[in-house]
Design a protein around this ligand. Structure first.
Ligand code: NAG
Ligand code: NAG
Ligand code: NAG
Ligand code: NAG
Ligand code: NAG
Length: 315
């Protein structure tokens, strides 16, 4: 009982010190400066990071709101301290290959974050589930790192997400779909970009991944280990413009309602094990690139509808 109360008091104390606590942004930036090599020369130990003189740091009312340090040759990691920058809206550390180690789950404390851009760094380990707490996030670009493990289902909670790029990592497991109690990528109805290519994602493409409320324009799943057939729910996402499912292990027929995707300009289905007849694609008036090579389609004569398609480069 005493232990319980003690725990409770500790919790209350922590809560109070978080909600009323003074701003420690200066200490956090000092800590980052100490961890990282090659920080800008303007990051002078004596000066206030919010004085306006620290390159790559933007503040409002003495709180850090943006850190933009792409291509600086930064070397180091991203430790838990970063979670203290609770007013941070933009964190862009892209193209610093010397930033390595895992992405701290404290990143989930950055509740005001709209842009999390860590493209082309050296991060490894799992993408933390806590990323699903960042409700204001619009751009999540973790592409070209060494992230492993699954795509966290919690990303489905990011209702404001516009851009989701997880490509060129070492992600595995299946594509998470919601089921009432658990979130999933199908909930991202404001997302325009799903870029998941060049990973080790496996399992089928779940029919529940797609619905008519989605507004995706780029669906890029190429070079993974996806199996099973292409779900006919794909035909519900009429906003699609580029569809890449090439270099997977997909089999079965291509659903005929794919012809409903009237805005598709490029479609890559090559290097799979697709069978049956190539569906009528005359609904795709804007199609200018179609690659169906290296599949097991019925060796029939070129379908009559092909002639009515404008400009096909590869079949
Ligand atoms: C939803 O999926 C989770 C994890 O896969 C599972 O534990 C849970 O029982 C499922 N809930 C329903 C309602 O199917
Ligand atoms: C689409 O959104 C509407 C309105 O939010 C909702 O009622 C409907 O169930 C959604 N449909 C699907 C397929 O998710
Ligand atoms: C197709 O593209 C046009 C032009 O960008 C756009 O106005 C239209 O809404 C798109 N159709 C769908 C179904 O998204
Ligand atoms: C054809 O696609 C399969 C995957 O389904 C791949 O393993 C194979 O290397 C491809 N063949 C050629 C010649 O590209
Ligand atoms: C292909 O589908 C279109 C509708 O998009 C239809 O008008 C046309 O007759 C079909 N062609 C063939 C050969 O099935």
């Amino acid at each position: 009982m005493g232990g319980r109360i003690c725990q409770l008091l500790v919790v209350i104390f922590i809560h109070i010190s978080i909600t009323t606590g003074q701003n420690n942004d200066r200490e956090v930036l000092q800590a980052l400066k100490n961890y990282w090599q090659n920080t800008p020369p303007s990051w002078d130990d004596g000066s206030d990071p919010c004085s306006g003189s620290w390159d790559g740091i933007r503040c409002t009312n003495s709180r850090v709101t943006a850190i933009t340090l792409s291509s600086m040759n930064l070397v180091g990691g991203l430790q838990g301290d970063i979670g203290g920058l609770t007013e941070l809206q933009i964190l862009d550390l892209s193209y610093n290959t010397g930033l390595t180690g895992s992405l701290t789950s404290q990143v989930g404390n950055l509740k005001k974050l709209t842009n999390l851009l860590l493209v082309g760094c050296g991060f490894t380990g799992p993408i933390p589930d806590s990323i699903g707490n960042l409700e204001r996030l619009r751009y999540l670009s973790l592409n070209s790192n060494g992230f492993t493990g699954p795509i966290p289902a919690s990303i489905g909670n990011l209702q404001n997400l516009y851009w989701l790029d997880l490509s060129a990592n070492k992600l595995t497991g299946s594509l998470p779909v919601s089921n009432g109690s658990k979130p999933g990528l199908d909930m991202l109805t404001n997302a325009k970009h799903f870029h998941f290519g060049d990973n080790g994602l496996s399992g089928n493409i779940p029919p529940g991944l797609f619905n008519s409320n989605m507004t995706l324009i780029h669906l890029l799943f190429e070079n993974n280990e996806l199996t099973g057939s292409i779900p006919n729910t794909l035909g519900l996402v009429k906003s699609l413009e580029v569809v890449r499912l090439d270099r997977n292990g997909l089999s079965g027929n291509v659903p005929s309602n794919i012809n409903n995707l009237i805005n598709v300009t490029e479609m890559f289905l090559s290097n799979n094990r697709l069978t049956g007849v190539v569906p009528n694609l005359t609904g795709m008036n804007l199609l200018n690139y179609l690659d169906l090579s290296n599949n097991s389609f019925d060796p029939s004569v070129v379908p009559s509808w092909f002639r009515t398609l404008r400009a096909l480069t590869t079949v």
